[in-house]
Write a protein that binds this ligand. Structure first.
Ligand code: PLP
Length: 373
């Protein structure tokens, strides 16, 4: 495992005033309606019961409305999952075998790669850490790769954790054309969609072979309640749910929180983005004053900012370790890449303003300390 080991993570969890700025979790005060729904759920002991296998009907409908809108194609289905990651596990398990290649970017979010690899799939990671590529998957390189494969899954994270790049309609259309040509399935991981300035859906271009993954962890701030979803058209959906692991339903409190949150989603997301983009600005301001540190994609379309450390001559991991000693947890590129071992920091921004301010204040001293080591 990259990053802190399970044991270290356990210890970090015990620390009461850790600044969690590495996992893109949302630490802003919950909306009162969401808190109220959670408290009611506890009071009513709603958790005595299993939730319906595919999720609470009202929530499934809300996810569809949020993602697909009123003009949905017939047969679009939603499965509520224990976080997006469980949906990704199901997708990778059901669609991968030794004849499959899962194609993704480098850097990426690595866990689905493991899920597919464990089913015998090959993994192909196309390098995108390159300004000339705008830190995005290049359709031509994708095509070259797909032409070599018997059967392909494209794992497309958009906006991309860890860099914050996001595909415009033209770019997405070109990827869809390549996917169609080679009959590849696209797993469009939209975990960070609500932080993007503008976002488009692969399923609007290629519904028959797209699985969209959805998370409540980041925009809503309920990572610990493990609630997410996958969305697909009927044929693909039926194939997936045939082996559904959460057959007894998903976390009911998470679903109640999500139902309440949809009632105020627009105002809530606007407020969250106001704070997190302000935090991006503060972090960028601090980074700009330090020679050799450079934001990678700015502004980021995610609730995080990647900062390249190479020109500073200081190791990103050394900076992260020194920040951790000062109570600030951030991620480094080795968590996301096979080849970028010690290149960039990733700092999450859905945090109270004081946390971002503290990061900005500490950073010069941290860099100085690491430079003189
Ligand atoms: C790209 C990506 N997909 C999926 C997930 C998992 O989301 P969830 O918390 O809903 O399981 C994460 C979590 O960080 C992520 O970065």
């Amino acid at each position: 495992m990259v990053g802190p080991s399970a044991q270290n993570f356990d210890n970090l969890h015990k620390s009461e005033d850790m600044r969690w700025m590495g996992q893109n979790t949302n630490h802003l005060p919950a909306h009162p309606l969401v808190k109220e729904a959670l408290l009611k759920g506890i009071h009513d002991q709603s958790y005595n019961l299993y939730a319906p296998p595919q999720g609470l009907e009202e929530l499934r409908e809300q996810v569809l409305r949020d993602l697909v809108g009123p003009n949905r194609s017939h047969g679009t289905q939603v499965l509520i999952t224990d976080g997006a990651v469980e949906g990704l596990y199901l997708v990778c398990k059901r669609l991968s075998d030794e004849n499959t290649t899962l194609v993704t970017t480098d850097p990426t979010w690595v866990w689905p790669l493991n899920f597919s690899r464990n089913e015998g799939a090959n993994i192909s990671r196309l390098p995108i850490y390159d300004k000339a590529k705008n830190y995005k998957l290049d359709p031509q390189e994708l095509e070259s790769q797909l032409s070599l494969n018997k059967k392909s899954i494209i794992y497309l994270i958009d906006p991309l954790n860890p860099l914050g790049s996001c595909y415009d309609l033209d770019e997405l259309t070109r990827i869809a054309e390549v996917a169609k040509k080679y009959d590849a399935v696209v797993v469009h991981d939209c975990t960070y969609r609500d932080f993007a300035f503008e976002h488009f859906l692969m399923r609007d271009l290629y519904p028959e072979k797209t699985i969209t993954t959805y998370s409540f962890s980041k925009w809503l701030g309920i990572a610990g309640l493990r609630t997410g979803a996958i969305i697909a058209d009927e044929a693909l959906f039926e194939h997936l749910v045939d082996d559904q692991p959460n057959i007894l339903g998903s976390n009911i409190l998470g679903q109640l929180a999500a139902i309440a949150a949809f009632k105020v989603k627009r105002e809530w997301v606007d407020q969250v983005n106001l704070v997190q983009r302000r935090n991006q600005d503060i972090i960028k301001g601090a980074v700009d004053l330090l020679a050799g540190l450079n934001p990678v994609v700015y502004p980021s379309n995610g609730n995080f900012l990647a900062v390249d450390c190479v020109d500073s001559g200081v190791s990103a991991n050394a900076i992260a370790e020194e920040l951790l000693r000062r109570g600030i947890f951030v991620r480094t590129s080795d968590y996301h890449s096979d080849i970028l071992k010690d290149v960039f920091l990733k700092i999450s921004t859905t945090v109270p303003e004081e946390w971002a301010d503290q990061f900005a204040e500490e950073l010069p001293g941290v860099l100085e300390k690491c430079s003189t080591k």
